[in-house]
Design a protein around this ligand. Structure first.
Ligand code: UT7
Length: 333
């Protein structure tokens, strides 16, 4: 028996306020038809004033702990692009609010690949014996970094959080994280970026440029790179696990755009109906997107015990990654 990290709980949380495509079309030069056909998104959830990433992370974390039937974890990792503050990290506040006193807690920043980066760190902590139970959270108040006047980003992103609880178990058990592959290419840093707010801006001196406060993305360039990298990374991790593409029961790809997800499935030779989709209801929630899709698909039965699951993501950095796992018997919290 080989020691492995096993998924013991899953939970998602979205803020209450729903913003429809029609609502966006009232203030931006866009339409419900454009957004639906180009992205697959119908609506998204957005935080009210005063609600932050840690609030969403706590909501999802509580549900993942409940789903696992426990109130304990000895490590908390929060993947986010929208930390409550540049300093300190968001994870310690999340751990404390979950009642997890004195446990190590840190953030991971890999934008839309953040959850998979955090999953690798969490799974490695379990397999190495550093931790017995790890709460891995992806959480974003992404609307807080969007330029409300930029139609190319405002229609895509939404707010939310998802979490899983990993426990120590064996590779042979349902729920085991089997294999992972991660990658990055810093030469693509400008494709997806918030220029301001960091050392680059402060060390330059002078007045901050207002436009540098906001998230910017070269959507078209990202589209093609995302498809290529997710397909490549998926093939790599499938080979590591010894699975054929046809062995995959469910593809849970980062919910960037329905067209991107279907293009990845097509490149892999996977029937599109094996792709899990919740992007229509929540939009692109960046680091939260994979765990939120896992929680939603568990709740509605799309994802069931015994399914062989392929996770894949692409995000700013550029970063990308994939994972293989089997799905356990689980109720979303
Ligand atoms: O999550 C992290 C990674 N991010 C992604 O994976 C996102 C990747 N990119 C995408 O999903 C797509 O590229 C977008 C959804 C961002 C854009 O879709 P697209 O099919 O690539 O459109 P485009 O950028 O090629 O633009 C087509 C047209 C342009 O007009 P012209 O130049 O053809 O006249 C845009 O100005 O659509 C226009 N456009 C819009 N029209 C109405 C761009 N945004 C909008 C909009 N409403 N919101």
């Amino acid at each position: 028996m080989t020691r492995a990290a096993v998924i013991a709980g899953v939970g998602g949380h979205v803020p209450q306020r729903v913003v429809t495509n029609d609502e966006l079309a009232q203030r931006l030069d866009t339409s419900d038809a454009w957004i639906r056909t180009r992205t697959g998104i119908s609506r998204r959830h957005v935080v009210d004033a005063g609600t932050t990433t840690s609030d969403l992370a706590v909501g999802a974390g509580l549900r993942a702990l409940k789903s696992a039937g426990t109130d304990g974890a000895d490590l908390v990792i929060v993947a986010t692009t929208t930390p409550d503050r540049p300093c300190p990290a968001t994870a310690p506040a999340v751990a404390t609010r979950l009642g997890l006193t004195d446990v190590p807690a840190y953030d991971v920043a890999a934008v839309c690949s953040g959850f998979l980066y955090a999953l690798q760190a969490g799974a490695a902590s379990v397999t190495s014996g550093v931790a017995e139970r790890v709460l891995v959270v992806g959480a974003e108040a992404f609307s807080t970094i969007l330029n409300p006047e930029d139609r190319t980003t405002s229609v895509i992103f939404g707010d939310g959080a998802g979490a899983i609880l990993l426990r120590a178990g064996t590779r042979e058990e349902p729920g085991a994280v089997l294999d992972m592959h991660l990658g990055s290419d810093g030469s693509m840093a400008d494709l997806i970026t918030v220029r301001g707010g960091g050392a680059e801006e402060r060390s330059r001196g002078g007045e901050p440029r207002p436009e540098d406060r906001y998230f910017r993305m070269d959507g078209r360039a990202v589209f093609f790179t995302a498809v290529r990298r997710m397909a490549q990374s998926s093939r790599t991790v499938l080979a590591r696990t010894g699975w054929e593409v046809t062995d995959v029961d469910r593809l849970v790809a980062h919910q960037a755009n329905t067209r991107i997800i279907h293009a990845v499935a097509e490149q892999l030779g996977l029937p599109p109906e094996r792709a899990v989709l919740n992007i229509d209801r929540v939009g692109n929630t960046s680091a939260a997107s994979i765990p939120l899709a896992l929680a939603d698909a568990t709740a509605d039965g799309t994802l069931a015990a015994g399914h062989r699951v392929l996770l894949t993501a692409f995000g700013g950095g550029a970063t990308w990654g994939s994972a293989t796992l089997t799905w356990p018997t689980l109720q979303a919290g």
